[in-house]
Write a protein that binds this ligand. Structure first.
Ligand SMILES: Nc1ncnc2c1ncn2[C@@H]1O[C@H](COP(=O)(O)OP(=O)(O)OP(=O)(O)O)[C@@H](O)[C@H]1O
Length: 248
């Protein structure tokens, strides 16, 4: 069997008394777009940070293309691009200069930057200072920044938040093109609906725990034409009522 591009195994991470991740495990196959879906505070950003090695897990292991990611093994991340939480852009520089800064480190040509700028339709504002950008513009340049090293694995933490519908459609189209070219994308969102027409499969997370598709399907409870979004919401509500994961 082909080695998954990403293997997350039994990750546990606490911040003081908050157990942000509990035994989170999943694998992502090359050439797919996978949605990481969960409500506020579910652990999506923490999962992304653990994958990139920005946050060290208390227990567990991350492998990228079969190699374990550790602080000493950061070269495994050369083929990874990430947008996690706020795009890390220098506000006093133009969008182009921000891209160029990362491109130079990665050895990416200006032609390649221009290709990404065109694909994501950034030309109108890319030569203006980032401090003049709206949130949605920053998000779009943030996606470009994550792509600039031409990564095999792209991690996007709620990239569609704050984007207008036209931009959402454009970014989704670019991500589909990337997937069709053999790249792999893990993209997080609060909702299934935001990722519709984009992802090949979902990983569900709530209160730091993986929720299996089987658990969600049991929430269908005989409903005709059950809706994944509604079913996941039912599971989340039930777990909240039961106090799953509450600190005692
Ligand atoms: N540095 C930190 N210090 C303390 N608690 C943290 C820290 N980072 C995350 N947490 C807690 O860990 C849990 C998971 O947070 P995380 O940001 O991963 O969730 P999320 O699913 O990305 O949420 P959102 O959709 O609201 O961005 C939350 O309870 C959060 O308060």
């Amino acid at each position: 069997m082909e080695t998954p591009i990403l293997q997350v195994s039994n990750i546990n991470k606490s911040f003081g008394r908050v157990r942000a991740l509990r035994d989170v495990s999943f694998a992502v196959t090359r050439g797919t777009i996978i949605g990481l879906v969960g409500p506020n505070g579910a652990g999506k950003s923490t999962t992304m940070k653990v994958i990139t090695g920005v946050t060290a897990p208390d227990v567990g292991e991350v492998q990228v293309a079969g190699e374990t990611v550790t602080m000493q093994q950061r070269h495994t991340l050369v083929r990874v691009g990430a947008l996690i939480e706020n795009p890390g852009l220098y506000s006093y520089m133009t969008g182009w200069d921000n891209l160029k800064l990362y491109a130079d480190v990665a050895g990416t040509s200006d032609d390649k930057i221009n290709e990404i700028v065109t694909q994501l339709d950034l030309a109108e504002f890319i030569n203006k200072k980032v401090k003049t950008y709206s949130w949605g513009m920053k998000q779009r340049v943030g996606v470009a920044l994550a792509m600039v090293n031409d990564p095999d694995l792209l991690l996007l933490d709620e990239p569609l938040n704050g984007m207008d519908p036209v931009s959402v459609a454009e970014v989704k189209a670019v991500l589909r093109e990337w997937r069709d070219a053999g790249k792999t994308i893990l993209i997080s969102s609060h909702t299934v609906r935001d990722l519709e027409g984009l992802v090949d499969d979902y990983i569900f997370i709530d209160r730091g725990e993986n929720i299996s598709r089987d658990e969600i399907l049991t929430a269908a409870d005989g409903k005709v034409d059950p809706d994944l979004e509604e079913m996941f919401a039912d599971v989340i509500a039930r777990r909240k009522q039961q106090g799953v994961g509450d600190v005692d």
